[in-house]
Design a protein around this ligand. Structure first.
Ligand code: PBG
Length: 481
C-alpha cells in the first residue's frame, strides 16, 4: 500500500441480496467501512471506486467510505456495493466466481522512511541561499496563430476568475439539488401489470400491488423517499359527486396501507381533488349550469383527506383550488385526531396547458369546458400573494407553485413572502417537452433535466415534484465522484 500506482483487485462478492437490510450485508458493510477507513489512515489519500450497474450507482471515496456517506452518497446504493469493498483486502479463493470488479487506485506519495537531515539543517541551507529546486515556472500558454496582439483591458473585476476551474466553481456554487429535495409522483391503477403512458415516455401507470412497490424500491435506492399518489379510477366508479374519493377501501387508501406496511419511513403525499373520481372530469361538483360548486366540493374534499389520513398518509395535498379548502381540511383532520398529518396546499396553481399529458395518464380530461373558474389565470402574479396569505392563515404547512419552469417568478414571489417551505411541481408537460426534445436528438436529456431542477431550486423551491426524480437522483449520485 505504500507503493504509488494503481492496483486492480478482482473481487468476488456475493450477488446483492434482495433486501439491503439483511443481517449478512450489514455485517459485511461494517467490516468494509472499517477496512476502508483503515486503508485511508495507512495511505493518506486514495480513490476507491465501486460500480454497481444493478443499482445504477457509481461512487468513489477520496476518503473513507463513512466520509463518502456523510458527503451524501446514496445509502442503499452504497450498501449494495459494500460487499465489493469488503473484498479489497481479501484474497480471492480460486473456486469463487468473480462477479465484481473493484478498482482501487492508491494515489499516495511514497511515505519517506526517514529524513536524512534535520529541519535546522534544511532551514540553514535555505537561509544560505541554497533553496532546493522546485519545478520551473510554467511557460505562458501560447495563443493560436493570428490572435490579435492587444494590451489587456484594464478592469478591476473579472468575474470569470471565480469560474476558471471546476473546483472554484464548486466552491462558489450557490444552489444545490439533492435527491432529498424530490417528491416522485406515481400513477397507480387497479391492474396487475404496468401500462405505459403514451404522452409521457418512461412513465407508467403502475399496478398497485407489484409495480408500485418496485418503483418505490428503485426510488429509495437512490435516496428519493417522498412520493405522491395519483389514481386512475375505473369509469364505473366515477360519479358527479366523486364519492369514491373517500372510500376507505378505494385504490389510494389501499396503496397507502400497502406502502406503509412495506416502507414505514416512506413519506406519502396524496392528491386531494375530485377529478379522478368525477364523471365530469372536474375538480369539484358541477351544477346543472356548469358552475363548479365551492363549499359542497370542500365538504367532499374534507372526507377525502380524512380517509387518506386514516390510511396513513403523511401529507395531504389539495390540488382542487376551491376557496377555503385548506382551513376546512385542517379542521376536519384535527377533529378526526390527525393533528400530525400535514397539508401541502397547491397555492398558486395555474390553469395551464402543461397538464395535458397528466390528464391523458389518468383519463381525467374535463368532459366540458376548462378549469379557469378555479385554477389561476396564467397572466396573474399579484393574485398568487392573495392565495399565499389565505393558505398560510388557514394552516398550510407547505405552499406549492404549479407548473414550475414557466412560473419561476411566482416561485420567487412566494419565497420572498412566506417563511413556509415552498414546493414546485414540474408538471407532465414540462416532463414530456424535455423527453420529446431529447428523443429527437435536440437536447441532452441529462443536462437539460438537471439544469431545469437546479433552476427551480434557484428560484426558491425547497422541494420539487418531478417525474424525473429517479433518473435525476441516479445522475446526481454518479456526479458526486
Ligand atoms: C388534478 C391535478 C392535475 C395535476 C395534478 N393534480 C391536473 C389538473 O389540474 O387538471 C397535474 C399534474 C401534471 O400535469 O403533471 N387535481
Amino acid at each position: 500500500l505504500s507503493c504509488v500506482g494503481s492496483v486492480v483487485a478482482l473481487a468476488s462478492a456475493p450477488s446483492p441480496p434482495a433486501s439491503p437490510i439483511s443481517s449478512s450485508i450489514l455485517s459485511l458493510w461494517t467490516l468494509s467501512t472499517r477496512i476502508a477507513d483503515l486503508l485511508y489512515s495507512k495511505v493518506g489519500s486514495w480513490v476507491l471506486r465501486g460500480e454497481d450497474q444493478m443499482a445504477g450507482v457509481t461512487m468513489a471515496a477520496g476518503c473513507g467510505v463513512s466520509q463518502a456517506l456523510s458527503a451524501g452518497a446514496s445509502h442503499e446504493g452504497l450498501r449494495r456495493i459494500a460487499p465489493a469493498f469488503g473484498t479489497v483486502v481479501v484474497p480471492i479463493p480460486s473456486r469463487c466466481k468473480v462477479s465484481r470488479r473493484v478498482k482501487v487506485e492508491a494515489i499516495a506519495e511514497p511515505i519517506a522512511k526517514s529524513t536524512v537531515r534535520t529541519i535546522e539543517e534544511c532551514e540553514a541551507d535555505v537561509v544560505a541561499g541554497n533553496a532546493p529546486a522546485a519545478p520551473p515556472v510554467p511557460a505562458k500558454p501560447k495563443a493560436p496563430e493570428g490572435t490579435p496582439r492587444i494590451s489587456p483591458l484594464v478592469m478591476p473585476a473579472r468575474p470569470r476568475r471565480n469560474r476558471r476551474s471546476a473546483a472554484l466553481r464548486a466552491a462558489f456554487q450557490e444552489t444545490t439539488v439533492s435527491p432529498a429535495n424530490f417528491i416522485l409522483p406515481l400513477f397507480v391503477h387497479e391492474g396487475e401489470q404496468n401500462a405505459p403512458i403514451g404522452a409521457m415516455p418512461g412513465c407508467q401507470r403502475l399496478g398497485w400491488r407489484h409495480g408500485l412497490i418496485d418503483e418505490v424500491y428503485k426510488a429509495r435506492d437512490v435516496g428519493v423517499n417522498n412520493v405522491v399518489l395519483f389514481p386512475k379510477v375505473p369509469d364505473a366508479l366515477k360519479s358527479s359527486t366523486g364519492d369514491e374519493a373517500y372510500n376507505p377501501d378505494g385504490l389510494v387508501p389501499r396503496c397507502i396501507r400497502l406502502l406503509k406496511d412495506k416502507f414505514p419511513d416512506l413519506v406519502i403525499y396524496t392528491d386531494v381533488a375530485l377529478d379522478p373520481y368525477s364523471s365530469d372530469g372536474h375538480d369539484g361538483i358541477v351544477r346543472e349550469d356548469g358552475v363548479i360548486m365551492n363549499d359542497e366540493t370542500v365538504h367532499q374534499l374534507c372526507k377525502q383527506a380524512v380517509a387518506q389520513a386514516q390510511a396513513g398518509a403523511d401529507v395531504v395535498s389539495p390540488s382542487d383550488m376551491m376557496d377555503g379548502r385548506v382551513g376546512a381540511i385542517r379542521n376536519a383532520l384535527d377533529l378526526a385526531g390527525y393533528h400530525d398529518v400535514s397539508i401541502m396546499a397547491y397555492t398558486a396553481k395555474y390553469a395551464s396547458a402543461f397538464y395535458g399529458p397528466f390528464r391523458e395518464a389518468l383519463d381525467s380530461n374535463p368532459r366540458f369546458g376548462d378549469k379557469k373558474t378555479y385554477q389561476m389565470n396564467p397572466a396573474n402574479y399579484r393574485e398568487a400573494l392573495i392565495e399565499t396569505r389565505l393558505d398560510e392563515a388557514e394552516g398550510a404547512d407547505i405552499l406549492m407553485v404549479k407548473p414550475a419552469m414557466p412560473y419561476l417568478d411566482v416561485i420567487r414571489l412566494l419565497r420572498d413572502n412566506t417563511a413556509l417551505p415552498i414546493s414546485a411541481y414540474q408538471v407532465s408537460g414540462e416532463y414530456s417537452m424535455i423527453k420529446a426534445a431529447a428523443a429527437a436528438g435536440m437536447l441532452d436529456e441529462k443536462k437539460a433535466v438537471l439544469e431545469s431542477l437546479l433552476s427551480i431550486r434557484r428560484a426558491g423551491a425547497d422541494v420539487i415534484l418531478t417525474y424525473f426524480a429517479i433518473p435525476a437522483a441516479q445522475w446526481l449520485c454518479a456526479e458526486r465522484i
